[in-house]
Design a protein around this ligand. Sequence first.
Ligand SMILES: NC(=O)c1ccc[n+]([C@@H]2O[C@H](COP(=O)([O-])OP(=O)(O)OC[C@H]3O[C@@H](n4cnc5c(N)ncnc54)[C@H](OP(=O)(O)O)[C@@H]3O)[C@@H](O)[C@H]2O)c1
Length: 314
Amino acid sequence: MYKAIPLNDGFYIPVIGLGTYKLPNPDDVENIVKFAIDAGYRHFDCAWIHENEEAVGKAIKAKIIENVIKREDLFITTKVWNNFHRREKVMEKLKLSLREMKLNYVDLYLIHWPIGFNETSKTVPLGDGPGAYSDVDYLETWKGMEDCLSCGFTRSIGLANFNSEQIDRILRHAKYNPVINQIEVHPKFSQKKLIQFCKEPNIVVSAYYPFGVGEQTGTPRFPETTVLDENIHRIGRKYNKTAAQVVLNYLVSLGLCVVPKSESNLRISEYINIFDFQLEPEDVVYLDSCNRNNRICTMRAFMDHPHYPFRIEY
Ligand SMILES: NC(=O)c1ccc[n+]([C@@H]2O[C@H](COP(=O)([O-])OP(=O)(O)OC[C@H]3O[C@@H](n4cnc5c(N)ncnc54)[C@H](OP(=O)(O)O)[C@@H]3O)[C@@H](O)[C@H]2O)c1
């Protein structure tokens, strides 16, 4: 069974979504997304910055034409990138993503990061210093998100990479509350405090980098830096599952949704096949004990940005 969890606005999010960051060239992306739909995925975690939304959209259209799915079966997320935090730009960028994907609406629109860059800056202005930063407050960006909701271009709105103080500030000013905060979570970076914080306002946490792989060197350093250690492989053997399936099952059992990325058909099939076993308490205790506060996606180059989210504990 493919589970979905309720959002605070009445919609449901399927707990497993296919991450689409760093998926390869457009033809491959189209085939990967088609394969994933056939394998049962109904949730795709997209973003303008991934530069592949057109190919994702082609795959969706093809599968709708083939009668494999209807649009309403899918949960499509996209995100507004840091250069476009001005209120009017937020909707302009969503319309662009919709045009690329040939959709009338997305299910979820997220502010990708609380930190804004100037519209004329590079998309990732490494080494360009504070002159590349915009002074648009993310509260203004949130108003743009609410505009998109009111106009029906998205069903739900949310955040990514926001810390507890930033979420609290949004909640104090929002007309519509965020439904999601998408953050890095894996056994070595358990984020227990931020997850707990999100419970009270009923904000679902979506876990990216579920295997703690990341791409610090430009290519995934797998399996050396993964969270999938020999003990997790051993746990997997008990249930006839892989270590990756154990980690995804564990994260979902915590009430999170997860967005692993893969371009391997084998692993795409593997990640969605995690709902037929339940970890024994001793295995959960081991996974809980793996935390090392080991954040991979630090965005350290932008530490001096006034809205850099990782200066406080959570
Ligand atoms: N909101 C944000 O700021 C943010 C930031 C980062 C990511 N995200 C989202 O989260 C998604 C997931 O993040 P991610 O894709 O970077 O990390 P991830 O899902 O933790 O890692 C996936 C990487 O690990 C590799 N991998 C997994 N199992 C493997 C194995 N057994 N052997 C070899 N390689 C293996 C995959 O390669 P294969 O493709 O070959 O399987 C892939 O490159 C992204 O696609 C994106 O949608 C959001």
